[in-house]
Write a protein that binds this ligand. Structure first.
Ligand SMILES: NC(=O)c1ccc[n+]([C@@H]2O[C@H](COP(=O)([O-])OP(=O)(O)OC[C@H]3O[C@@H](n4cnc5c(N)ncnc54)[C@H](OP(=O)(O)O)[C@@H]3O)[C@@H](O)[C@H]2O)c1
Length: 182
């Protein structure tokens, strides 16, 4: 089995993924970004997310790996939702239990981004940037200011690919980063 890991995130123009925990992207992201997100998700079998993101958009029918300290290592929460606690298991173990194959979407939040980047399980980042500033909120990576995100990604062996793609007249763009060959 092989898996390809695609991190999908939408951020404000000052780099926040949410104004506060429980603030879902569909309340502020553009229709064009949301349409693209849905189209990508339609091609993904499994997604990976933190417990808060999972509960913000519960989808019993979708296959999910849910980070939570409420399980010891790896344990099914529901027939489609596999709980994972990095304190008690390695990520490869959760992939084996879930029999993950193909494309996997990484859907945040902040500490899930941290963990997946740190263990080298991000092959591509599709980052949409909305032309709306929050001033404060949840960052993409812990302790990394928006101005430092590109450098942070680069230090984990990834580089920007191509030009930003403009998604609408308001100025929403999509930026892509990919893992560099070893
Ligand atoms: N703009 C975007 O693209 C985007 C993407 C994702 C999420 N969001 C938004 O961001 C907000 C949620 O983000 P968030 O960062 O606050 O929360 P989150 O990552 O969705 O969930 C946090 C929870 O996940 C579990 N968790 C995460 N990392 C863990 C680790 N290393 N070990 C054990 N458990 C771990 C913990 O659950 P327990 O408390 O159960 O232990 C923690 O409380 C929501 O509003 C969501 O809609 C936006």
């Amino acid at each position: 089995m092989t898996a390809e890991f695609l991190l999908l995130a939408v951020v404000s123009s000052d780099g926040f993924i949410a104004r506060h925990p429980g603030d879902p992207p569909w309340t502020w992201a553009s229709p064009e970004e949301q349409a693209r997100f849905r189209a990508t998700m339609a091609e993904v079998a499994w997604s990976v997310m933190g417990r808060v993101t999972h509960e913000t958009a519960p989808r019993p029918e979708r296959k999910r790996i849910v980070f939570t300290s409420s399980v010891t290592g790896v344990a099914w929460l529901t027939p489609n939702h596999l709980g994972f606690n990095p304190a008690g298991a390695r990520f490869d173990e959760v992939l084996d239990v879930a029999k993950v194959d193909g494309r996997v979407a990484i859907l945040g939040g902040t500490r899930v981004h941290d963990y997946m980047l740190e263990i080298g399980k991000v092959d591509e980042i599709r980052l949409s940037i909305e032309p709306i500033a929050f001033g404060q909120g949840l960052p993409m990576f812990s302790g990394v200011a928006w101005a430092g995100v590109e450098t942070h990604i680069a230090t984990h062996g990834m580089a920007r690919v191509g030009e930003d793609e403009v998604l609408n007249a308001a100025g929403t763009v999509e930026r892509v980063y990919r893992k560099l060959p070893a």
